[in-house]
Write a protein that binds this ligand. Structure first.
Ligand SMILES: [Zn+2]
Length: 280
């Protein structure tokens, strides 16, 4: 390819190219499975999500097999390039590979690098993060309600503590003029709607049926989507009952009920920001 002059930007198939380097704005699902049985059988991958915006790489909720999935789904991507890791809570389907990544991004402790954000109970004796790894990071941030965090063009906000068995937080972020929110595991409560208002809403829908003490039901998701009215909603983190029913069937049902485009996330799929914003 002909060398581009310095600072030249062009658009190639909708992707910005900066000095020959492809800057993608996208969300990659490294796994769309959740809960015990799906982890044990790897019926769906449980690797979390990678947000790639403005040249930054933010890994979220790396569950079991996440590193294997990132190497498989993004063969040209070097996981050492992850800038930030966010752990919404310490349950194993979200945190299984977190220590592996902390070792990878710091090259086994030889390269001080990376920022980790996690709730306080993910650390310490009953936590899931090895303490010795923290010294190799640039920064460790404890997530609390109303925390703001900035990384490049990304402005994160952790609006509210969830109702879940362990300390849990989702987030909303602003990237240029667009907002994206992630509603991780939680019982439904009405404050979720104003807290997660965004153009794109990602939500964990682990099972069919009425709300339990820990998770959103289909009705809860419909309520949230109808309340927020995003351009598009994406459901993910499917347990066994969701997989048996077919997440795409549930997504269609939610779309019919709310009038909002609802996508069922797929393992390894890249969702480009431009495409997501073109809905609605
Ligand atoms: Zn959980």
């Amino acid at each position: 390819m002909k060398k581009l002059p310095k600072n030249t930007k062009m658009v190639c198939n909708g992707k910005k190219v900066n000095n020959g380097r492809r800057d993608v704005d996208e969300i990659v699902f490294l796994g769309t499975g959740g809960a015990r049985y799906v982890i044990a059988k790897q019926l769906r991958a449980t690797g979390g999500m990678l947000f790639r915006f403005g040249g930054k790489n933010v890994l979220v909720d790396p569950g079991p097999e996440s590193l294997y999935r990132i190497l498989t789904y993004l063969p040209k991507f070097n996981p050492e390039k992850i800038d930030v890791i966010i752990l919404s809570h310490k349950h194993i389907d979200h945190s299984g590979d977190i220590n592996v990544y902390l070792d990878v991004i710091t090259k086994g402790g030889n390269n001080k690098h990376g920022i980790l954000l996690a709730p306080s109970d993910a650390f310490g004796e009953d936590g899931v993060i090895h303490r010795y790894l923290l010294q190799f990071l640039d920064e460790t941030i404890i997530i609390k309600e109303n925390l703001d965090f900035r990384q490049g063009d990304l402005q994160f906000h952790f609006p509210i503590r969830h109702e879940h068995r362990v300390e849990t937080y989702g987030f909303r972020f602003l990237y240029r003029e667009h907002t994206i929110s992630y509603i991780t595991d939680t019982k439904y409560f009405p404050e979720l709607i104003p807290a997660y208002r965004a153009d794109i809403v990602i939500m964990n829908l682990i099972k069919l049926g009425a709300s339990d003490i820990d998770h959103l039901s289909i009705d809860d998701c419909a309520e949230i989507i109808a309340g927020i009215k995003p351009k598009v909603a994406i459901i993910t983190h499917f347990g066994m009952t969701m997989i048996r029913t077919g997440p795409w069937n549930v997504a269609r049902q939610l779309k019919e009920r709310t009038g909002v485009v609802v996508l069922a996330a797929e393992d390894g799929k890249h969702y480009a920001l431009d495409k997501l914003l073109s809905y609605g």
